[in-house]
Design a protein around this ligand. Structure first.
Ligand SMILES: C[S@@+](CC[C@H](N)C(=O)[O-])C[C@H]1O[C@@H](n2cnc3c(N)ncnc32)[C@H](O)[C@@H]1O
Length: 271
């Protein structure tokens, strides 16, 4: 049976354009931009580095990386979806800084020789792949000795949101992630995966996305959760709508808070 996770087979989704637009909306949200940059500094990504991003999507991180590594560096993005790569090519064309190359490929079998990159990253990707340890081992293989492998994921067990009906909120949020993801708590497991792949000096950065105004990306995230909850038979359409209306009322009362933990983990390849 195909996975219900749309990010695992993006090209097969009827709403692929909407999902790609969602990546750009998330990437442009100021709190998300800060969160991403804190992680890239934590890795750290340095000027002149050759960097690979696995599961690069529409190129949100690739564009940041190109500016960070500068003209002496290079950035390669790999993704298994041809649709998202077409969008990334268009969106990355005006990017300043390093040379950018975008390639089709599967993280379970990266199309690169060993020891090629100074830093290899996967950002909100590991929770979507079928076999996380195989992907992380591949990332380690293509990284040079002394280079860094960095992973960052949300953790859907660490989502907090204000709503007048907390029981319904749990039923929808927890129920949906259990249906979609084999590994909804991916974030907290990233340091263990790096060690299992043989990386050394593993460090963890726990960070948090926060939104107190119901930003467009958060609104879309909650609307998509409501849609899935109906699709999975967790609630009926009227209950899902009542749940979404509850957020509108919470915002109007000045009481809206949404937070989600992100875990970033980095390990070094032995020399
Ligand atoms: C949620 S998006 C993250 C995109 C980007 N890293 C960002 O933060 O904006 C996940 C991406 O991983 C890609 N992906 C999923 N499974 C993959 C695999 N096995 N190999 C390569 N890419 C994969 C998807 O096509 C999608 O573009």
């Amino acid at each position: 049976m195909p996975s219900p996770d749309p990010w695992r087979a993006l090209d097969a989704q009827p709403n692929v354009a909407t999902l790609i637009a969602g990546l750009e909306a998330r990437g442009g949200t100021p709190a998300q931009r800060r969160l991403r940059r804190r992680f890239l500094r934590f890795v750290p990504v340095r000027r002149g580095d050759r960097v690979l991003e696995v599961g690069c999507g529409s190129g949100v991180v690739v564009r940041d990386l190109a500016a960070m590594v500068g003209r002496r560096g290079s950035v390669v993005g790999v993704d298994s979806s041809r649709a998202v790569l077409a969008a990334a090519r268009r969106l990355c064309r005006p990017a300043a800084g390093a040379r950018i190359a975008l390639r089709a490929g599967d993280g379970h079998r990266l199309p690169f020789a060993a020891d090629r990159f100074d830093a290899t990253l996967a950002i909100t990707v590991i929770l979507h792949v079928a076999d996380p340890i195989t992907v992380v081992r591949e990332m380690a293989r293509v990284t040079r000795p002394g280079g860094r492998v960095g992973l960052q994921d949300q953790d859907f067990g660490m989502v907090a949101v204000t709503h007048p009906d907390p029981e319904l909120t749990d039923r929808i949020l927890d129920g949906v992630v259990r249906h979609i993801y084999e590994e909804p708590y991916s974030g907290r497991r990233l340091p263990g995966l790096l060690r299992q792949a043989g990386l050394r000096d593993v460090r963890l950065l726990t960070d948090v996305f926060q939104d107190a105004t119901l930003e467009p990306w958060t609104k879309t995230f909650l609307e998509r959760r409501a849609e899935y909850a109906v699709g999975f038979g967790l609630v009926d359409g009227a209950t899902a709508q009542r749940w979404l209306d509850g957020f509108t009322a919470t915002v109007a009362a000045g009481a809206f808070v949404f937070t989600m933990n992100y875990y970033g983990a980095v390990g070094v390849k032995a020399r």
